[in-house]
Design a protein around this ligand. Structure first.
Ligand code: AMP
Ligand code: ZN
Length: 134
């Protein structure tokens, strides 16, 4: 299988690895939103969040506080954004599940997604469609 992140896990492609245990690897993104932007990656290959086992997801989320604390204290940040691009339309480029940790400080200029209010009555219809789909 030709997967870049599997190759990083197997040391076939170099990366700046900042944390590793039996199930997780974390390395620096080569195109960071801020220096220290890191990717938390399960060692088992799964394409995205919907493809991952509960066990994989638990081990990924459990390690995020430890890694993000180290990034913030080591590099003097105040906060971080935590995100997953799930699927091509959401901006997922690498088809091996990964969580982004983007360290933040006041005034760094990054913008979050813009929002716009619902039209009158629209929010109830949207909620009904989602609830019917469970
Ligand atoms: P996504 O758009 O969520 O699939 O994010 C993929 C991320 O992987 C991007 O932010 C890239 O900058 C990053 N990336 C691509 N190749 C490498 C690499 N060889 N080492 C580290 N990060 C990478
Ligand atoms: Zn992979």
């Amino acid at each position: 299988m030709d997967c870049l992140f599997c190759k990083i896990i197997n040391r076939e492609v170099p990366a700046e690895i900042i944390y590793e245990d039996e199930s997780i690897i974390c390395f620096l993104d080569i195109n960071p939103s801020n220096p220290g932007h890191a990717l938390v990656v399960p060692k088992v290959h799964c394409e995205n969040l919907l493809d991952a086992s509960g066990e994989t997801l638990r081990s990924l989320i459990s390690i995020v506080p430890k890694i993000s604390r180290a990034i913030m204290s080591g590099l003097n940040y105040d906060a971080f954004n935590f995100s997953v691009n799930n699927g091509a339309a959401a901006g997922q480029i690498i088809s091996h599940l990964h969580f982004h940790i983007v360290p933040r400080r006041e005034g760094d200029g990054h913008k979050l997604f813009g929002g716009k209010p619902y039209e009158p009555g629209e929010i109830e219809q949207v909620a009904e469609k989602i609830k019917a789909a469970f």
